[in-house]
Design a protein around this ligand. Sequence first.
Ligand code: ADP
Ligand code: MG
Length: 140
Amino acid sequence: MAVTRTLTIIKPDGVAQNNIGDVLRTFEENKFKIVAMKMLRLTKQQAEGFYAVHRGKPFFESLTTFMSSGRIVVMVLEGEDAINRLRAVMGATNPANAAEGTLRKRFATSIEHNIIHGSDAPDTAAFEIGYFFSEMEIVS
Ligand code: ADP
Ligand code: MG
C-alpha cells in the first residue's frame, strides 16, 4: 500500500465538546502524519460548496447549517492507505452502527453530529484537500 493523503475535519460538535485533543491523539496513535492543520469557521455557502455532492439530499440543509455553526479544525493526514484507514478509525456515519473504539462510537451524539469528516476516495480527497489548502501549506 502506498502513502496517500486524506482530508479530515473535526466538526463543530467535536470542537465544542473539547474533542480536539482526543482526535489528535488518536491520529498520532494510529500513525497518521498531520501535514497541514488550521482552525476556521465556514460560512453557509462554504459548507454548501464543500458538501456539494450531497446537494438535493434530505439532510443537506441541516448538514450545511450545522457545519457552519461553529469552529472546525481542518487537517491533511498522510500515511499508508490513509483514506481507508481514517474511515476505519472514524467508524460508521451513524454512531449507533459504529464499531467499539472508533471516534464516532466514542464521541458522536447523532448521525448528523458525528464529530468528524474523512474523505471517502482518492478523487474526493484531492478535491477536499484543495478546497482548504494550497500545496505551500502542506508540509510533509
Ligand atoms: P460520512 O461523513 O460518513 O462520509 P456521508 O458522506 O454519507 O457520511 O454524509 C455526510 C455527513 O452528512 C455525515 O457525516 C453526517 O454529518 C451527515 N448525514 C449523513 N446522513 C445523514 C442523515 N441521514 N441524517 C442527518 N445527517 C446525515
Ligand atoms: Mg462522506
